[in-house]
Write a protein that binds this ligand. Structure first.
Ligand code: TXA
Ligand code: MG
Length: 315
């Protein structure tokens, strides 16, 4: 039998060298991060960026996040400000993405930013991806490694299920600990959160005043598109029970174990629930359920990001 996962590699020196060499040639590699897995390519290479959009079937007007080892490496591409330094000091490397003004002299491909004059930058924490960034002298454009509008992958196997052998290398970095995408905050003009994540507005507002972005027309941020993160089957939110032949996503200890029940966190821990969300949606889809009901998830802390994703997945 053919090994369908033969393009998944354990992390070692050989994989590191092979991945770096492949990225230098303008190829695309599947990489682990602490949030979700990414589809990485040289942000300065037209060829690599084109491959990312094509593989994901991503609309050209949806910009990509550019990943760096640390802020020193980003200084030729973006204009920093005080908001940035405050949050960088506190949260980086980690699950937060900053939208900043792009430098005119930046070598970032215009396709990466969908021709905007801003760039989204992130400093991932995952050790393997950091080792790769140390080996190359360019930043990585890296969207989540899923087909556009689908569920983000949290394991190397998820990435392989999305792209099969279209990817030559996927590095196995285990399950992504956080399990949902980074918080995206615009620091151009007044700070605004564009995408909710595990680093909540409440934590950021200790440093300065922020607002949550509402209008979807003024800035292009596909994470804010109505339909996203979708398992491709109908989802009903705020339900008390499962309908017939339907998967039921629960939360908290009062729900019994049943074959169609999927508990995001028995101990009612919202961070744990966030880390189980995409895993659960994939599992339900793979088991062949045709519908999903979800109980009401508390709308606080990590619950805000969970509800944001569920709402878009159910659209
Ligand atoms: O956790 C993450 O951020 C993962 C890992 C792989 O790093 N990446 C990720 O990328 O979620 P993606 O492409 O799935 O989502 C990128 C988000 C989109 O909502 C996009 O609109 C927004 O970042 N974005 C990128 N550049 C932007 C810009 N210049 N202005 C506003 N939003 C931007
Ligand atoms: Mg994505």
């Amino acid at each position: 039998m053919k090994n369908i996962y033969s393009n998944i590699f354990p992390f070692n020196k050989k994989t590191l060298n092979k991945s770096a060499a492949s990225l230098k040639k303008g190829n695309v590699v599947g990489l682990p991060t602490e949030t979700v897995y990414g589809l990485a390519g040289n942000a300065y290479s037209k060829k690599a960026v084109k491959k990312i959009y094509n593989l994901k079937k991503r609309p050209k007007k949806n910009p990509l996040i550019v990943h760096y080892l640390d802020f020193e490496n980003a200084k030729n591409d973006v204009i920093f400000n005080n908001y940035f330094f405050k949050l960088y000091k506190k949260f980086c490397p980690g699950p937060i993405t900053f939208v900043l003004k792009k430098k005119r002299t930046s070598r970032i491909q215009s396709a990466v930013t969908a021709n905007l004059d801003t760039v989204a930058i992130r400093f991932p924490k995952h050790n393997m991806t950091r080792s790769i960034l140390k080996k190359i002298n360019f930043p990585l454009a890296m969207p989540s490694a899923n087909l556009s509008s689908g569920i983000s992958p949290i394991s190397a196997f998820d990435v392989c299920d999305e792209f099969k052998k279209k990817l030559k290398i996927i590095i196995n970095g285990g399950i992504s600990k956080i399990g949902i995408e980074s918080t995206v905050i615009s620091l151009v003009g007044k700070p605004r959160i564009l995408r909710l994540g595990i680093i909540e507005g409440r934590k950021i507002s200790k440093f300065f005043k922020i607002s949550l972005f509402k209008s979807e027309s003024r800035i292009r941020s596909p994470g804010l598109l109505k339909r996203h993160y979708s398992p491709g089957i109908p989802i009903k939110l705020n339900q008390k029970k499962a309908d017939k032949d339907c998967a039921f996503i629960t939360f908290g200890k009062k729900y019994k174990d049943k074959t169609n029940h999927f508990n995001l966190s028995k101990k009612s821990d919202l961070k744990e629930a966030a880390s189980n969300l995409y895993k659960t949606l994939r599992k339900i889809k793979n088991k062949g359920f045709k519908k999903i009901n979800v109980v009401k998830i508390p709308n606080q802390g990590a619950g805000l990001a969970i509800n944001d994703r569920l709402k878009r997945a159910s659209y």
